[in-house]
Design a protein around this ligand. Structure first.
Ligand code: NOJ
Ligand code: CA
Length: 717
């Protein structure tokens, strides 16, 4: 919905001479931010950003290095300056809030390198939560096709801020966050030579965007990008001298960054700034900088809560592969002669067990991994032709399962592990999606484990960035929803492609199936970093915390309390959520499982009640078109008391609050499975007192009380 219209105050200025010009400034609609643009000596473009009168980004240069001479670095004059503003409201198909306000003041500076007759537009949008800007290359006689060597955008900061960061890497974002002063960034510290060789780590001073910063005087700053398309992802190099960050794009196989053709534009560079950490999480700037949905009728796009044949493989209880044979040739394989290993997870029978469980407990769908031939030899071989995405193992009866799932009213989610062989996937995408449709699947979980084929391309380079979008567009043609694992980090494109329900694109729960897992602070940092760009398929809900499925792993466990697992459904936003554990494990604790059954996936409203990266997060959300609310609170490895006024609730009614909490003795390492469940009547005057265990959490559901509830339940005191 759009109820606003751009107001263009066309201050069209022609500056005839301006090698060194006066600064051009705009302020945000609420007046708190100001952005100024200036050409400094030699016609070098720069910008500065202030918040409440104090600088946040000091004078910083804007430059693009091209193979064609000259680069877009200096020698510029200002040709025209345009300002405009916008105030509109729109509704996401699925989201954390029902309506999103898009309000900003814009400054567009057209620059010209007179000698070469080359033009560049710098477009700045100043919102009430910070700045977005991008480079645009308009159609011009002197430039058609060009090759980007790198982008050199500076973000010069005002001090040695605390930084929450992961190492710069062209291929991988499944890292734990490190918290250090910027001056102490050392990306390769703690990594073995083997690890560095196996990954595509850029340099000791490179970090990935988004980076979350906190200044000594308590200002929160998030630097990232929006609408990444036809361009590589942005890493950031720490410049210790300037105490700043400098962009560095992911290169391609030829060591170029991008190939562009005018008219072209870069993604938006974003600087979100807030006095309270909570306000970083409510920012909608990244979504606002993305284009509206290209899907005219999104009625087929639905939130999904699912279970699946998945965690049981990660913990070693079953296998993706059918046989324990290596180097099976996929082509011409006669499965009659292959002896199964007896541990294959994706059997017809086991899938039916999950379908029954999903139907009984009201889940939308069942994911099955390891259903298709290829898993005997899928990883690390750099083989082009591993999976064909249409050939089930002999013990997976796809037609019978279609019938069974339909009868039970459950959807199936297909799994496409590409093993990084993207040329193969692109060739087979049509047949794979047609196969899905023929067997009643309308959602796919895809994956990009391993090095990319074509060789030399990276997960986060321009070619792959375009591939992910091609895959989502192709899926949309088939009315298929997508959950991507191992793509480039999301940058708000789910607004444009709402069938792109979620991505993993960070270190998810799977790492907690393998020791030592994700420490509790990880989940308090993710919303400030990875989730800034979009929903994450984190796959929470682990109830069997001890990983004693096999003798060798008897002593291992997931670093969490059980109640915390419930809270994650609220603190980590996604319209696609998995209950990741095995049905058998849920059946032992159906009282706690009730929260996962009840929790919503799509929201009218979201309130960040408390938040501090690396320490704690408490969020309350109101169900889309319903009166129920859900609350999730998590802490790091420290215990945490909290007093939460429930003022967000409707003042005109009583609610039943079901509180799923850590037991008083709970501890994420020593006593993870101790939880309590209590029920009360609450109102919007209630102040809820929580006590989170070390590594723990609390989840609460609030449903309007019935007359019977009011008679039977006690008010919370
Ligand atoms: C990595 C994904 O994140 C995980 O969910 C999946 O099970 C494996 N790849 C195998 O495809
Ligand atoms: Ca993964």
């Amino acid at each position: 919905m759009r109820n606003g219209r751009p107001i263009v105050n066309s201050i069209l200025l022609m500056l005839l001479f301006a090698a060194i010009s006066q600064a051009q400034s705009i302020v945000s609609p609420d007046g708190r931010f100001s952005l100024s643009f200036k050409l400094i000596e030699n016609g070098i473009p720069t910008y500065q950003l202030s918040f409440n009168g104090a600088p946040v980004i000091r004078e910083s240069r804007l430059a693009i290095e091209t193979k064609e001479v000259p680069s877009f670095i200096d020698g510029f004059s200002i040709e025209t300056i345009d300002t405009s503003s916008i105030d509109e409201t729109w509704e996401p198909v699925l989201g954390e809030v029902k309506q999103i306000k898009n309000m900003y003041c814009e400054l567009a500076v057209t620059l010209i390198q007179y000698q070469h007759n080359r033009k560049l537009i710098l477009r700045f949008r100043l919102f009430n939560d910070g700045l977005g800007f991008r480079y645009e290359f308009p159609v011009q006689p002197a430039l058609t096709y060009f090759t980007l060597l790198d982008e050199r955008t500076e973000f010069n900061l005002t001090g040695d801020h605390t930084a929450f960061w992961i190492p710069g890497d062209y291929d991988m974002n499944e890292y734990l966050y490190r918290t250090t002063p910027l001056s102490r960034v050392d990306a390769t510290k703690g990594m073995s030579g083997k690890e560095i060789a196996a990954r595509t780590v850029i340099s000791p001073i490179a970090v990935q965007s988004p980076i979350m910063l906190k200044s000594a005087d308590g200002l929160y700053i998030n630097i990232f990008e929006a609408a990444l398309s036809d361009y590589p992802a942005m890493n950031l190099m720490v410049d210790f001298g300037k105490m700043g960050l400098l962009s560095h794009l992911v290169p391609n196989a030829l060591d170029h960054s991008a190939y562009l053709q005018t008219p072209a534009k870069t993604p938006w560079r974003t600087v979100i700034v807030a006095q309270r950490a909570a306000d970083i999480l409510t920012s909608k700037m990244i979504l606002n900088l993305n284009e509206p949905s290209v899907i005219r009728d999104p009625s087929w796009i639905k939130p999904m809560k699912y279970v699946g044949i998945w965690w049981e493989m990660h913990v070693g209880w079953s296998t993706w592969r059918y046989a324990d044979t290596n180097n099976i040739k996929l082509k011409g394989l006669d499965w009659k002669h292959i002896i199964p290993n007896g541990k294959h997870g994706a059997t017809t029978e086991r899938t039916k067990r999950y379908i029954d469980f999903a139907a009984k407990h009201g889940f939308d769908a069942v994911l099955v991994e390891g259903w298709n031939v290829g898993w005997e030899d899928w990883f690390g071989k750099w083989k082009e032709d591993v999976f064909d995405f249409v050939t089930p193992y002999p013990d997976f009866d796809v037609a019978e399962l279609q019938r069974y799932a339909r009868e039970k009213g459950v959807k199936m989610i297909m799994h496409h592990e590409t093993s990084g062989s993207v040329t193969n996937y692109e060739r087979r995408m049509d047949s794979a999606y047609s196969f899905m449709k023929a067997y009643g699947y309308d959602a796919v979980k895809s994956g990009y484990v391993g090095k990319i084929i074509p060789r030399g391309e990276y997960h986060d380079g321009q070619w792959m960035v375009n591939h992910y979008i091609r895959a989502v567009e192709k899926a949309a043609e088939y009315k298929i929803m997508v959950d991507m694992h191992e793509p480039v980090r999301p940058t708000g494109l789910q607004r444009t492609y709402p069938n792109w329900l979620a991505s993993e694109a960070a270190r998810g729960m799977e790492y907690s199936a393998w020791n030592p897992g994700n420490p509790p602070e990880h989940e308090t940092i993710l919303p400030f970093t990875r989730l800034m760009g979009g929903p994450m398929d984190y796959t929470p809900g682990i109830f069997r915390i001890k990983l004693d499925y096999t003798e060798q792993r008897k002593k291992e466990q997931v670093p969490t309390t059980l109640a915390r697992q419930l809270a994650l459904y609220v603190t980590l936003y996604s319209p696609l959520q998995m209950a990741a554990d095995l049905p058998e494990n849920y059946e032992e604790k159906l009282d706690a499982f009730q929260f996962i059954k009840d929790v919503s996936l799509d929201w009218d409203d979201t309130r960040i009640l408390e938040a501090e990266p690396g320490e704690y997060i408490t969020i309350a959300r109101k169900t889309k078109n319903k009166e129920s609310w859900f609350l999730g609170a998590i802490t790091d490895e420290n215990a945490r008391p909290a007093s939460l006024p429930l003022s967000f609730l409707d003042p005109n009614r009583n609610y039943v609050a079901v509180v799923y909490a850590d037991a008083p003795t709970a501890h994420y390492l020593k006593n993870p499975s101790a939880y309590t469940i209590t029920k009360y009547l609450v109102t919007n005057n209630t102040v809820l007192r929580l006590k989170l265990a070390p590594g723990g959490g609390t989840a609460v559901s609030f449903v309007p009380a019935t007359v019977q509830n009011e008679q039977q339940l006690k008010h919370y005191k």
